[in-house]
Write a protein that binds this ligand. Sequence first.
Ligand code: FAD
Length: 490
Amino acid sequence: MDSDVIVVGAGNAALTAALSAAESRADILVLEKAPMHERGGNTAMTAGIFRHAHDGKQDIIRLVDGMSQKDWNGIEIHPYPAKELYDDVMKLSNGKADPVLSKVWTDNSYETMLWMKEGLGIKFAFTDFFTQTASAIKEFMGPEVIKAKDGGPGLSSALFSKSERSKNVTIQYDTKVESLIMESGSVIGVRANAGGKTIEVKAKSVVLGSGGFEASRELRSRFLGGAWERAKVRGTRHNTGEALLAAIEAGAGIYGDVSGCHATQIDSRAPDYGNIEITDKTSRYSWPYGILVNKEGKRFVDEGEDFAPIAYAKVGRMIVRQSDAIAYQVFDQRTVGLLEKEYGTMAPITVQSFAQLGEKVDIDAVQLGKTVEEFNRSVDGARAFNPRIKDGRGTRGIRPGKTNWAQVLDKPPFVVYPVTCGITFTYGGLRINEKAQVLDRHGSTIPGLYATGEITGGFFYSSYPRGSGLTRGAVFGRIAGAEAASSAGF
Ligand SMILES: Cc1cc2nc3c(=O)[nH]c(=O)nc-3n(C[C@H](O)[C@H](O)[C@H](O)COP(=O)(O)OP(=O)(O)OC[C@H]3O[C@@H](n4cnc5c(N)ncnc54)[C@H](O)[C@@H]3O)c2cc1C
């Protein structure tokens, strides 16, 4: 049962580590807590979007197969240099992201995408984030051009099938790693609960890729604060942080935005945990085109501060602090046509008046009426509404104001979606260095211990550029696997 390298978890970060280590002749044992039918972690529930650096179309051509020259002629892709990606990470973390680790993942992001495609056989496709210009050209404005074909489920099943085909990777399910076996300050294996029995497995090195602690109510409350007990979990129910605690117990330092997390607006009727059928389809990201109110009928955020991919992680977090962690996105017939297709997965509450809304849901409808009246009066119509750009069409004289996309709400029926806070993943975690070695509280390496993905901290603070989690996990997964195999003598 002992192995050269143990990899803990079987999401994107862990399996890229396992497959990278497997490029040597080392034997890799992957220990995954979930039973086989729930495998894949958060990764299998993602939209599969990868944010990575690139030099425009010639780089993307190498990643996406099955397109004719004519197809490519109809596509415009603006370059997204590594420096710009790095700057976005820094901007959204208010300058707090670890500069060394951020440089490693942003500089290696394109190379790693190529490795995933050419080395691991992952198929990539285009995201929907383009606009069609008059000359029928698809123009990708932002940096999120690529996603895994068939999203998170496609990515996860491609990673599993590559692992299953590899002669030196074995995956054992139903095995929850609970502690690390140490000898003279080095990690030499793990203790795990395998189907109710405690087992010990020895290895020359161990890679932790077991995700964050977002699915543990207790750890959420301890690290993020009491209000977070109320959040729903967008991803797997298995990311409850045992391996993180085991590493801390073994002397690892905790790093990054330990009280921070990524959380978004999801439909309040979503289940308590994510699953592979739902993936990210309960997301509600078109709020910038309407208003967002709480049960008291009051606005509490600048809905038009920025585009959804930039602002979405922040706004989700604000909802957990509203009464009963509930809010309502309100649209009218002017903007309802702009809602993302995910809205189609659950029926809206459609009403002719706010009084009627008060009969259907628990909201102060009188106050809501006043809020909308005040909002409508404040809309400065000097600039034209344009959802493709930050149009500067804002409000005047109300608090909070709305910076962009402010439209008078006066064309019923009003279309209302109840939303709550869905936690995606936690930002804080283990401290690693550029070789993905886990560092102790004093900044020294813990021999034999590596980590990648959402169990690591120092990358994201307060907000997050969409599509960065998968890329960051794969970049450090590749590094962790190679380093763990090398330190095991391969
Ligand atoms: C709905 C949703 C949509 C998302 N969309 C995107 C997106 O499009 N792009 C993007 O970049 N990011 C996205 N994310 C963020 C996503 O969480 C990460 O980017 C990425 O999937 C995390 O990978 P990971 O391997 O670190 O963790 P995970 O994929 O969660 O894998 C962790 C694994 O470890 C296992 N595990 C946990 N504890 C133990 C233990 N004690 N012992 C053994 N195994 C254990 C778990 O069962 C799980 O399989 C999304 C997240 C969600 C929830």
